[in-house]
Ligand binder design. Structure first.
Ligand code: BGC
Length: 826
């Protein structure tokens, strides 16, 4: 069967190449945006803005182009003072991707990677609405989100803040979320433009990437954000092809403004500016969070003539035009609403359930029903320590937290027996009396304000063992030397902020650091110095050892044996500023899972991890549920999925590799983390699932994978010509006995006519479907002209991939149920 696709009318000729209209980027149906969220304002900046520019002094103009200290800070990341004499209000800029990050409580939404797993642009819009409303309610004007960089490496420390590895899906979701945010009157900032795919050396690494790859992979989401009317763009820390992103003319002017028509303003990432005249000329408008380059230096440069004042005016115009569009200059912005914590919590819960991704479910181990629901052992430190969000600028002060154990107990009900075993101790146990000399209270050593406390003594170890020293402290980090080795050094340039996420704080709020090492039998010299600082100091010195760990595992095994089923919570703690070094679960969790699953094969592992994980233990478990960082309602959502109150609605938006040796950046240090400060995008367009197909490597779980509690059959695939591209129609049948969710996915193969790099197949579109037991639904998914096109670097344009192309429909990139071909013509 073949079909002809003709799009001549929707195309324009650019430099001899066929370019597909930029609007044709998405597949998801998104509701119309609020007027404030749409449009490209620069052209119509208007008289108000021009007359303000005419009245502003140079100092005032410059004050609008860089951050400053907020005299009335609400704990947000950035502040730009206004010009009161001209009624230009200040701007407050807050993170972030999973909720508004200020000192106050806010709705802690699930991490974006979990939102993305729902494959549901409308849900992304409502997620954005919650943040938009709360941002305004909490005194903010600009949101530093969404992040649309793609997952390129499984090690990326911010993978949880992304929408995954696929450009089409990320583009749809970012556009929908921006419409949601801006529809509430908060200005969105899409970040980090561009190629910020790793945290390792993020401040300096030079990403070498070719033009085709940039346009087809990473830039697609940014372009979708511009089409959706994003008010601001944040430049990335890294360099792109030799030039820092924040002073990269190709990115900031040629692509962003000339090609895409962006009319908002570009700000730096925090401390990502590197120059004055060059950056301003290249298209940067605002330095954050201070004025190192765009403060006095800019004023001097204008004075001495090295920066033309019209460049300053241009940047000011872009900022003011956007403020004007949001009604901030003439007082027409809607009044700040009150927070609606209830509505926020409802969306947080809905998203966590919708994105819950069931990776494995042998013999219908889930949902827990009957005996399995009445006798449960909950195991793992994160069973009682809820992983609400990742660390760094994505962290939100949640309205509430509930532990998974409590949620499981309350869902299981009175008649059920739910026990708990720690399994792995993250905070260490007290060092036994006698092992350390007298004069130190390792459980609560207090140091008065302004005092320095020191201890010198010896630690006696009865048998050689693997020790993990753990310090808990308030204030300045105490110095602990063991046989002269500094166990917890404060590294230059690495702030406390980027030292781990959730488990870097004890349940009572003290900071926590860990150091593992092998200790020989005998006496070891210990020296500790702690400074009281202004507020005094409290610290605890604890440890776990091979012996204590074995006791913890043995207790978990006993609990597992005594219960009918086990729910084991496994974690991985991610934060911006650092990458992972392995995709294996951290700590001693692998051993714990293996021991517990051996004791009770009805073990479900719930993963609160940032990204993909290897699972050498997979075959021994009954079920694996991926929840990432599920937000403040995550425990309730997890319990709802485990007990079958809802279908697990999520599908993977990233391929899970089998191990550290089989993924797109494995074994090539130039690709990742880069050599001599250069990161080579040598896999080119084969990012994510495309790489697994191109290299014929089997992932542990493919892109798009995720199980339902029911089953689905596909039938009746037809492809026909459509105004926007290929209209792919098929029927999905819920062939099981329960209502459930399916995410039907359309993939498209190569064009025989293009002599450009192409993927074996690209995601062409998708549809999330809620089907009752037995229900059949006919759906049509449009594959847009843009998706059928490749970027021709010689012509600097999109070229339609004509000819006979294969179209597949299925429930993951490797579970392709139906196949046909379609003829694409220009
Ligand atoms: C992060 C940004 C964030 C900013 C402000 C930076 O370190 O990279 O994503 O918006 O800090 O908190």
């Amino acid at each position: 069967m073949s079909h002809t696709f003709s799009r001549r009318s929707a195309m324009r000729l650019l430099g001899g190449a066929v370019a597909v209209a930029a609007a044709a980027t998405g597949t998801g149906a998104v509701a119309p945006a609020h007027a404030a969220g749409e449009g490209r304002p620069e052209a119509g900046a208007g008289r108000r803005v021009e007359s303000l520019i005419a009245e502003l002094t140079l100092d005032e103009k410059i004050s609008l182009l860089h951050g400053a200290t907020d005299p009335d800070s609400l704990g947000q990341a950035g502040y730009v003072p206004g010009v009161p004499r001209l009624s230009i209000p200040p701007l407050r800029l807050a993170d972030g991707p999973a909720g508004v990050r200020v000192t106050e409580h806010a709705t802690a939404l699930p991490a974006p990677v979990l939102l993305a797993s729902a494959f549901d642009p409308d849900l992304a819009r409502r997620f954005g609405q919650v943040i938009g409303r709360e941002g305004r309610a909490l005194g903010q004007d600009v949101l530093l989100s969404p992040m649309v960089n793609l997952i390129r490496t499984p090690y990326g420390g911010r993978n949880f803040e992304t929408f995954g590895e696929d450009p089409l899906l990320a583009g749809d979701l970012v556009a929908a979320e921006i419409r949601g945010i801006q529809g509430e009157g908060l200005i969105a900032t899409v970040k980090h433009f561009a190629m910020n795919n790793q945290e390792k050396d993020r401040m300096s690494v030079d990403v070498r990437v070719d033009e085709q790859t940039m346009h087809e992979v990473e830039l697609r989401g940014f372009e979708a954000a511009v089409d959706a009317g994003t008010g601001a763009v944040m430049g990335a820390y890294n360099k792109v092809n030799g030039t820092f992103a924040c002073e990269n003319r190709d990115l900031l002017t040629d692509i962003l403004r000339t090609r895409w028509g962006f009319g908002g303003w570009v700000m730096t990432d925090w401390f990502a500016a590197h120059s004055t005249a060059a950056a301003l000329a290249a298209g940067l408008d605002m330095e954050m969070p201070d004025g190192t380059w765009f403060g006095t230096a800019l004023k001097n440069a204008v004075r001495d003539g090295s920066v033309p004042e019209r460049h300053v005016d241009r940047a000011v115009r872009r900022v003011l035009a956007m403020m004007d569009r949001f009604g901030l200059l003439d007082g027409t912005a809607p009044p700040r609403p009150a927070r609606d914590a209830g509505a926020g919590a409802a969306v947080a819960l809905e998203v966590a359930k919708a994105g819950a991704t069931l990776l494995r479910n042998e013999h219908d181990a889930l949902p827990l029903t009957g005996a399995a629901a009445r006798s449960i052992a909950v195991v793992g430190p994160t069973g009682t320590l809820p992983f609400v969000s990742g660390g760094g600028s994505a962290h939100v002060v949640p309205d509430r937290v509930e532990s998974p154990l409590d949620a499981i107990r309350s869902r299981a009900g009175r008649g059920a027996r739910v026990t708990y075993a720690l399994g792995e101790d993250l905070y260490g146990k007290p060092i036994p009396q006698g092992a350390l000399g007298r004069g130190i209270n390792t459980e609560a050593q207090g140091v008065a304000a302004g005092k320095t406390w020191t201890y010198e003594g010896s630690l006696t170890v009865a048998d050689a063992d693997e020790w993990t020293f753990v310090i808990h402290y308030s204030g300045e980090r105490p110095r602990v030397l063991l046989d002269g080795q500094d166990l917890f050094p404060v590294l230059p340039g690495v702030g406390e902020y980027f030292q781990g996420g959730l488990i870097s704080a004890a349940p009572d709020g003290l900071s926590v650091r860990r150091k593992a090492l092998t200790l020989a039998k005998g006496a070891h010299r210990v020296e500790i110095t702690a400074k009281g600082g202004d507020h005094g100091q409290l610290f605890r010195l604890r440890r776990s050892t091979g012996v204590t760990r074995a006791q913890d595992v043995a207790e978990a095994v006993r609990a597992a044996r005594a219960a009918h089923s086990v729910v084991l919570f496994a974690y991985e703690d991610a934060t911006e500023g650092q990458d992972r070094t392995t995709i294996a679960l951290p700590g001693h969790q692998v051993r714990l899972i293996e021991a517990v699953a051996a004791a009770n094969p009805r073990t479900t592992v719930v993963l609160n991890t940032s990204s993909s994980t290897s699972m050498p233990w997979l075959a021994r478990t009954a079920a694996v549920l991926q929840m990432y960082y599920p937000g403040q309602e995550g425990a309730a959502a997890t319990a709802a999925v485990l007990f079958g109150d809802c279908d697990p609605g999520g599908r993977l938006t990233q391929s899970f590799p089998v191990d550290d040796a089989h993924h797109p950046v494995a074994g090539d240090p130039l690709r990742y983390p880069g050599g001599d400060g250069v990161e080579e995008y040598s896999e080119r367009i084969q990012v994510g699932h495309r790489w697994y197909d191109a290299e014929d490597v089997r992932p542990l779980f493919p892109f798009g994978h995720g199980l339902s509690y029911t089953s689905f059959a596909y039938e009746g695939l037809r492809v026909r010509e459509d105004r926007r591209g290929l209209a792919v129609s098929f029927t999905v049948h819920n062939s099981g006995r329960r209502d459930g969710i399916e995410v039907a996915q359309v993939y498209v193969g190569r064009s025989p006519d293009l002599r450009l790099d192409q993927a074996v197949r690209v995601l062409g579109g998708y549809r999330r479907l809620a089907l009752r037991a037995g229900e059949r639904r006919r759906v049509t998914v449009t594959v847009t002209g843009r998706t059928l096109s490749s970027w021709d670097a010689e012509r600097h344009a999109w070229v339609l991939g004509t000819g006979r192309r294969t179209v597949w429909v299925g429930s993951s990139s490797r579970d392709l149920r139906l196949r046909t071909t379609a003829e694409v013509t220009s």
